[in-house]
Design a protein around this ligand. Structure first.
Ligand SMILES: *[C@@H]1O[C@H](CO)[C@@H](O)[C@H](O)[C@H]1NC(C)=O
Ligand SMILES: *[C@@H]1O[C@H](CO)[C@@H](O)[C@H](O)[C@H]1NC(C)=O
Ligand SMILES: *[C@@H]1O[C@H](CO)[C@@H](O)[C@H](O)[C@H]1NC(C)=O
Ligand SMILES: *[C@@H]1O[C@H](CO)[C@@H](O)[C@H](O)[C@H]1NC(C)=O
Length: 200
């Protein structure tokens, strides 16, 4: 008798188990497949870091009188998008110049669209319009002027969107910090290309 009950029960248990197992295997397979698809998409699209540098800088109409600075600072920013699948919308770009941590100039840059693997040069005109400097900054600036160059820090903040195929990302804030940018007082001096830190 015990042998017959065993032979009657065993097949049903095995059948029930195998249906559950099949569903579990299918689910697992689908999850693995979805994960693989995401991984492959990420690996092929994977955004590379944007590369920024200051390529040129010059000073015009420099006038430091009684601790007040009036001057035009001209920069050429190089923006490189190394990605072959990701293009970038620069919707809003703001740039600031700092001397001794004091903001001396502010300007915005024309929005633009940057294609894949593109290098774009941006001209930037930052003017100090009668900026009151601290005593320390005034003294430092006089000394640097005699030395022949002024060390500034340039900060760029941009609202960007990324585009992959037809998909566009939401707005993200890109922060670029360049410094020290050694701006020569004389037009005839060479300028050292200055790399920037990029934070996204
Ligand atoms: C840098 O700017 C100065 C002054 O505007 C200009 O004379 C010079 O040709 C520029 N150099 C480069 C490499 O663009
Ligand atoms: C510099 O600015 C001061 C005060 O604004 C002005 O009196 C002076 O004429 C300016 N100097 C030059 C060379 O422009
Ligand atoms: C980058 O894009 C700009 C604007 O679309 C274009 O003027 C420039 O020639 C491009 N540069 C390169 C290196 O592709
Ligand atoms: C830079 O901006 C100042 C004031 O905003 C202006 O006077 C000057 O002509 C500009 N320089 C260039 C080269 O655009």
């Amino acid at each position: 008798m015990p042998t017959t009950t065993q032979s009657q029960n065993a097949p049903t248990t095995r059948r029930r188990l195998s249906i559950g197992a099949i569903i579990a295997i299918i689910l697992l397979f689908l999850i693995v497949l979805a994960g693989l698809a995401i991984l492959i998409a990420w690996l092929t699209i994977r955004p590379k870091r944007l590369v920024y540098s200051i390529e040129n800088a010059s000073i015009r109409n420099y006038n430091l009188t009684n601790g007040h600075l009036k001057s035009d600072f001209m920069f050429t920013i190089r923006a490189y998008n190394p990605n072959s699948r990701v293009s970038i919308y620069y919707d809003k770009i703001e740039a600031k110049a700092y001397y001794d941590e004091e903001m001396i100039g502010f300007n915005s840059i024309q929005p633009f669209y940057q294609r894949t693997r593109n290098v774009t040069h941006m001209g930037l005109n930052l003017s100090a319009k009668d900026v009151a400097l601290s005593e320390v900054a005034t003294r430092d600036l006089r000394m640097e002027r005699v030395r022949g160059r002024i060390d500034l820090e340039i900060k760029v903040k941009a609202k960007v969107r990324f585009k992959v195929g037809k998909l566009k990302s939401r707005h993200r804030t890109l922060r670029v910090t360049c410094g020290p940018v050694k701006v020569p007082m004389s037009m005839y001096k060479n300028f050292d290309n200055t790399p920037c830190d990029v934070d996204l």
